[in-house]
Write a protein of this length. Structure first.
Length: 135
């Protein structure tokens, strides 16, 4: 029904926002390793810097939106479809990532950042299992 489709929509919105949040770090790594070596007037460098500025600026917003959409998706799926334990695990990991991100943002930086990143990537793996196997 319509609510099931809405649940699916929120799931995909979660995924897109999460990916936009997740590519923050690899984007910075590529910048440091390759883009900085380019001439300041290079068009690729200019475009990349604009894209990176956007991703870095909205990293928190993408993450918060992903978490909010995950909750909406979870509630709708439980009410109108079925319970997915892998989906619940993904949501819990996502919230753990967000909580750690919040701690990093409020100054408890290096040690938590070392955990924040691998947990963020683990969400991607759990979500991939959730999507591929429909569990």
């Amino acid at each position: 029904g319509d609510m099931s489709e809405l649940g699916g929509f929120f799931g995909w919105l979660t995924f897109v926002c999460y990916l936009l949040s997740l590519i923050n770090q690899p984007c910075k790594l590529v910048y440091k390793k390759y883009i900085l070596q380019m001439d300041k007037e290079n068009d690729i460098r200019k475009v990349y810097q604009m894209l990176m500025k956007f991703l870095v600026k909205y990293h928190k917003l993408f993450g918060i939106t992903a978490g909010s959409m995950a909750v909406a998706h979870l509630v709708l799926q439980i009410l109108f479809e079925r319970v997915s334990f892998v989906g619940i695990a993904a949501t819990i990991l996502m919230f753990l990532t967000g909580f750690m991100g919040m701690l990093v943002a409020y100054g408890h930086h290096s040690k938590i950042l070392k955990i924040h990143r691998p947990v963020a990537y683990s969400v991607l793996i759990v979500v991939a299992v959730h999507l591929i196997f429909k569990i």
